[in-house]
Write a protein that binds this ligand. Structure first.
Ligand code: C2E
Ligand code: MG
Ligand code: MG
Length: 598
């Protein structure tokens, strides 16, 4: 800093520059002396931190005259530490509390203010309002661990709690029991009374199960019509029978609904912690298997898992069936259209696998994918879907059925991504089917990426390098935070239907807006496009569009359908309808109702 002109002459000029700068600066900047008194503040600081006060009213004052006591004290202590040690405070997230208005969350960086000789003469800082971001983080955290319909903890919260209980059992004696509760024939409630009534029944079932549980138990909604009760204190089978009996009876009484009412019963399967070899997955599987026994015996009853009894439908036979399904072409793919809000047109489709089971009818992925993932057969399913989707796209292209940029999205499981050769197999499939990699988007569940090992990250990197787009699927269902978004490089972000479904629903509307608004803004800043999934109402569509979402997908716009129907739909849109209207334009879906989305 040695220009010509002495320090004496420069000082007033520099101060003038500084004052001019600060007078126009919208950021919150401030300078304080050794006693934490304000020396200078920017216009932005004045407007947001001390609205209504003039600069003269602030200079020479301390935080104690502006903020509430606890916040002023915390800031003072930080500044005195900086003065004593010379070490800055960087990007500290703190809550500014005032005496007369709502709290503001800020990210603050404070540094020592030094004179020409390097002596510390005060501090200066810059802070940024991150209230909206903090609100979105909180809403996401809530979303990640709660089921929006019933307000109960969701499956992630349950697994978390169960893991903790099992860990605690390593240190102390005791027990844990799980009751797996599945409503009997819930599908017909949905089909006959509608989804709103179905939701009401779920809420009431959750409430009754909670009432029937004991202090310290956890009742969680596990998926569709499944609930799980976790009893950390149950040690004896008698204990557990008593609880199970209470659960079954709790549901038997009629549920009153707005217009009329209904009766649902449930099947309960119970499994108990049997020793150190047990983990959460094993306990859940045993409770699930016991539940199936209760169901097979006619429902409206419970069954306690018996480690001695041979498994009824052992996974091996299921595996064998699934193996046969892959080999003999029982799997097929439906396509759900995606609509660009801006273009008002079909921008692509998502390939969704189905299983035409010889005796059980058409099965949705939720009914076989989890098991396939466990056994590893999911790799075979994935290879089939990818190949079939590529073949279909090539066929559409060959007939000039779809526009140039039309994309097809294929879901990938965590297990597939973990295999080393996955990226090269994708490249090989695309080459064999003459599909340009840019036409493919691979959807990876957010939960498969968060905490995934380097193998997965490497695969994702390779896929992107060959030009395949990556979508972060089901965002908002896992333990997502906005920070994860930055870390996981993807091209598309898909906001899960459980978040979108809360738009326009009194209880969760504001939370959903907060999440979608912030997540969309951040995704855009990171160069990602945003898809809203599970769009079921016009209000949801409008809200998504208003919040900046690029693409919509959901029953309102179109259900998953056979490839031929996609063309019919496209023809309808191009005949001048624009984005399809809620009814009429969508061909009949082959996939029934909204199943549990595991
Ligand atoms: P996803 O990737 O989130 O796919 C969207 C799911 O939401 C589909 O369920 C779709 O039918 C459903 N959906 C779409 N619009 C609406 C709506 O408006 N309301 C409601 N309630 N649901 C809607 P689907 O076909 O049952 O698939 C479930 C999940 O199974 C998929 O969720 C995906 O994670 C997985 N999946 C499907 N096909 C494959 C596949 O080939 N491989 C792998 N690994 N996973 C797949
Ligand atoms: Mg998907
Ligand atoms: Mg999804």
């Amino acid at each position: 800093m040695s220009h010509d002109g002495g320090h004496e002459a420069r000082a007033p000029l520099e101060r003038l520059c500084m004052e001019n700068l600060l007078e126009s600066h919208e950021e919150r900047l401030y300078f304080k002396d050794l006693n934490s008194r304000f020396l200078l503040v920017s216009a932005g600081w004045l407007a947001t931190e001390a609205p209504g006060r003039s600069l003269d009213e602030v200079l020479g004052k301390t935080d104690f005259e502006i903020f509430s006591e606890p916040h002023a004290r915390a800031a003072f202590e930080d500044e005195q530490r900086i003065i004593a040690t010379g070490r800055p405070v960087v990007a500290k997230i703190e809550c500014e509390t005032y005496n007369d208005r709502p709290d503001v969350w800020v990210s603050t960086t404070k540094l020592p203010l030094r004179d020409a000789d390097g002596l510390i003469v005060g501090t200066y800082g810059i802070s940024r309002d991150v209230t909206a971001q903090v609100a979105a983080e909180r809403a996401l955290a809530h979303q990640a661990f709660h089921d929006p319909v019933t307000g109960l903890p969701n499956r992630f919260a349950l697994k978390d709690r169960l893991d903790q209980e099992l860990l605690a059992l390593e240190r102390r004696r005791g027990g844990v029991a799980l009751a797996f509760v599945d409503l009997d024939d819930f599908k017909s409630v949905n089909d006959m009374l509608g989804h709103d009534a179905g939701d009401e029944v779920l809420v009431e079932a959750g409430r009754r199960l909670t009432l029937a549980s004991r202090h310290g138990d956890t009742v969680a909604r596990y998926g569709g019509d499944e609930f799980v009760l976790l009893c950390p204190l149950a040690r004896h089978d008698d204990d557990i029978r008593l609880i199970a009996d209470r659960l079954v009876r709790a549901l038997r009484t009629r549920i009153e609904l707005g217009d009329g009412g209904t009766t649902v019963t449930c099947s309960v399967g119970i499994a108990r912690y049997l020793g150190a070899a047990d983990d959460a997955e094993k306990l859940l599987q045993r409770a699930d298997r016991a539940m199936y026994r209760a169901k097979a015996d006619g429902g409206d009853r419970f069954h306690v898992f018996d480690p001695e009894a041979p498994a009824a439908a052992s996974p091996r036979t299921f595996d064998a069936q699934l193996r046969r399904a892959i080999a003999e072409g029982e799997l097929f793919v439906d396509y759900q259209p995606l609509f660009s809000f801006e273009e008002r047109s079909l921008s692509g489709v998502e390939a969704l696998v189905r299983w035409r089971h010889p005796t059980r009818g058409v099965l949705a992925p939720a009914q076989f994918l989890a098991e396939a993932e466990r056994s590893g057969l999911v790799t075979g399913i994935g290879a089939f879907v990818l190949d079939e989707a590529a073949r279909q796209l090539a066929e559409w292209d060959a007939h000039g059925d779809v526009p140039a940029g039309f994309t097809v999205a294929v879901n990938v499981s965590a297990r597939e991504l973990g295999t080393a050769s996955y990226a090269s197999r994708v490249a090989e499939t695309l080459a064999r089917r003459h599909v340009d990699p840019s036409r493919l988007c691979l959807e990876v569940a957010e939960t498969a990426l968060v905490g995934a090992g380097t193998a997965v990250e490497t695969t994702v990197g390779e896929l992107r390098r060959i030009g395949v787009a990556i979508a972060l699927d089901d965002f908002g269902t896992g333990c997502a935070t906005l920070a994860h978004l930055r870390r996981h490089t993807a091209d598309v972000l898909k906001i899960d239907g459980s978040v979108v479904g809360q738009l326009g629903d009194g209880r969760g509307d504001e939370r959903a807006r907060t999440i979608i608004g912030s997540v969309t803004a951040m995704a855009h800043a990171l160069g990602m496009s945003v898809v809203g999934e599970g769009v079921e109402t016009d209000d949801q569509r409008a809200a998504l569009e208003a919040l900046g979402c690029d693409v919509g997908q959901g029953y309102l716009l179109a259900r998953p359908m056979a490839p031929g129907d996609v063309l019919a739909l496209r023809a309808v849109i191009e005949s001048g309808e624009g984005c399809p209207r809620p009814h009429g334009a969508t061909p009949q879906a082959r996939h029934p109702g909204r199943g549990p989305r595991a």
